[in-house]
Every structure is written in structure tokens, then in C-alpha cells.
Write a protein of this length. Sequence first.
Length: 379
Amino acid sequence: MMNDVTLTDDQRDFVTHFRKFATEVLVPMAEKAEAAEAYPLEIFKVMADQGYLGLAFPEKYGGSGLDHVTLSLMFEELGAISAGLTLGVYCHMVLALTPFYLFGNEDLKQRYLVPGIRGEKIGCWGITEPGAGSDLAAISTKAELKGDHYHLTGTKIFTTNGTFADYVVITAYTNKAAGMKGITLFVVDKGTPGFSVSRRIKTVGVRCSETTELSFDNVKVPKSQILGELDRGFYNALNSLTGGRIVAASFAVGIARAAMEQALSYCRQREQFGHPVIQNQGVSWAFSDMATTIDAARLLTHRAARLADAGKPHIKEASMAKLFATENASKIAAQAMQLHGGYGLTEEYPAERYYRDCKLLEIGEGTNQIHRNMIVKFL
Ligand SMILES: Cc1cc2nc3c(=O)[nH]c(=O)nc-3n(C[C@H](O)[C@H](O)[C@H](O)COP(=O)(O)OP(=O)(O)OC[C@H]3O[C@@H](n4cnc5c(N)ncnc54)[C@H](O)[C@@H]3O)c2cc1C
């Protein structure tokens, strides 16, 4: 990547600096978090102090004002360290903060975006429900207007960061009869009566991230907690997610790269039949294929990021990048595990973790089937 002529000098320098920070600060943090299966909350402040948490948000709100390609580069580096660690940052920074930047009024920007970029107020994104995953409009959560307040009732599932977040951005029906034209985004603060974390959900991968179910039992919120326009929540949620897909693709490129590099180092030192196993052509070609696929995934991802930076439409390109990068990350992680032989199944090597962690990326941010549905519409 460092001799990638499609990157600017600033983007390459960014990677050099971020890798140094990651090695010194994030890698030890991730090791502890993975062992404890608990999210390291201190990550938000340390990343904020370096300007990383607000990387692509404008300086006016405390951000660093950098481009989407640099954002992708950062998420590739994060993904290579720990998917669980990356998921928590991603859900706060990309999913929870983006709608404030895109649709929030100045009051909401000051109350959530600015402290969010400083790492002082952490958010989560509650769109999925037990009966509404791919079909975002199938939600049951409703918001009833009584006087000056809305009363929210419903359940959100798979909400990452739910255990510790200071607030959640949720979708709720404000006008059920209008279907997707009757959904609104609301911000609900932790501690609001009736809002609780019902349980933490154990998952096969991303074990240091905290996946939760949230319950809303007649939660009373003022109108000022509406994020964006009334009844525009469905469209605003989808618009927020487009950028997230580019980041999810980078995240997958990072896991795939780490899985490949670690397997390569293993195959160079593991000897069978009197020589390192890498010397078998059947093994070495696997690495040529993995490296080629990873570069292709990165190029697709950066293309989508460049379109976003140019303010051009990029829904199809973001979906293509997400589909290709995440599906191939799973294939590469499986192959990397295979190349470890029996040791790949043990916790002595990270191959098993990469293998478990990849699957989420084929499912979250819109399943890959949904992205296939999306891409064909543009052909
Ligand atoms: C670890 C983890 C963290 C998550 N974090 C969050 C979070 O922070 N916030 C949040 O809101 N959500 C989160 N999610 C939820 C995630 O976005 C959903 O799981 C995802 O959108 C799929 O929804 P579902 O699980 O209900 O599957 P379903 O929509 O029920 O799909 C079931 C299967 O049917 C397929 N399918 C459905 N419809 C179609 C169709 N039209 N065409 C073809 N195939 C179809 C799907 O691809 C899938 O294979 C998280 C999930 C996990 C596992």
C-alpha cells in the first residue's frame, strides 16, 4: 500500500503515523479487550486526542476535515488489529455521529456531534429489531405524540455499544399508515425513564464488542430529540449507511490483510517434508491469489471513497466494494486458517479469530444479498 500511486503523499504519511499510534496504543489495548471480551472505553478518548475520531468531520465541529480515502485507510488499519475493537469505533463514529452531521440542526450538532468527536459522549445506532432486519420499514417501534413529547415503545436488537453508550439513535414510526414515509429518527439519552439495556448478546465473532438488545417502554422524549426532519427517518437512515458501507469494506480489507500476512509468516517458518511449507507451489500460489484479491478489494473501496469525496453518486460502488471486500475477507480468512493446519483451530494463533470475525461483515451494514439486490438496480 505504501507504494500505491493512487494515494497522495498525505494519505501515505497518514498511514505511517496511524500505524505507529496503533502499534504503541491500540494493539496492547486490543489484546486485553479480546481476552476480557469487554470493550475498552478508553479507546474513544485516545483516538479523539489524536484527531482520529472526527477524522472526516469538518474542523468547525472539532473534526480533522480529511477525506473518505483517508477514513478508509484508517479503518483498514483498525480492522487489521481487531474487528471487535473496530466495530465499537465504527458504530460510534460512522453510524451514530454521521446522521447528526448530515441532518442534525445546530443544537443537536453541538449536543452530540461536538462531544462525540471529542470522545466525551459515545453513541450507538439502533435500527434493527427482532422483526425488522433487512426490511428496515418493518419496525414495530412507535412514537406517539402526547402534548409536547413523543412516547417511544419498542425493542431494538443487535445494537453495538448498547451497554455503555450515552445515547442511541433509533428509528420509530411517527405515522404508521404512511409506511416508509412515516418513520422518524430519534435520539434517546441513557437514563431516560423506560429506556433500558435488556441483555448483552453473545456472538461467534467480534467478541470484545458489546452487542445488545434495547428496550423502550413508553420513553418520553421532547420534540427537540428528533434527528432530521419528521417522517424522513427511513431515507435519512439509508443515506447515512451509504458512507458506512465504504468503511465496512475497508474494515474487511484490514482483516483479510492481517489474516494473509499472519498465515504467510507461519508458512515461511513451518517445516514439513524437510522444508518450509511455503515452498510448495500449492501453498505459495494461495498467497498470490490472496494478495491480488486484497488489492482489488482496496481499489474498489477507494474508488467508492473518491466518488464520495468528489460529491458524486456512489451507492452502487459502495455496495460493490462492501460485497467484494467482505465476501473475499471470509474466503481469505478461511484459507489462512487452512494453511495453519491444526494450529489454525487453536487460540495460539489469531487465524481462528479472523475466521470468526469476518462473518459479521457479510451480514451487517446490509447483508450481501441485499447489496446484490441493490447493484443490479443500477445495471
Ligand atoms: C454483531 C452484530 C452487530 C450488529 N450491530 C448493529 C447495530 O449496531 N445497529 C443495528 O441497527 N443493527 C446491527 N446489527 C444488525 C444487522 O445489521 C442485521 O443483522 C442485518 O441487517 C440483517 O438483518 P437480520 O439479521 O434481521 O436478517 P434478515 O433480514 O432476517 O435476513 C435473513 C436472511 O434472509 C436474507 N434476505 C432477507 N431479505 C432478502 C431479500 N430481499 N433478498 C435476498 N435475501 C434476503 C438475508 O440476506 C439473510 O441471509 C448487528 C448484527 C450483528 C450480528
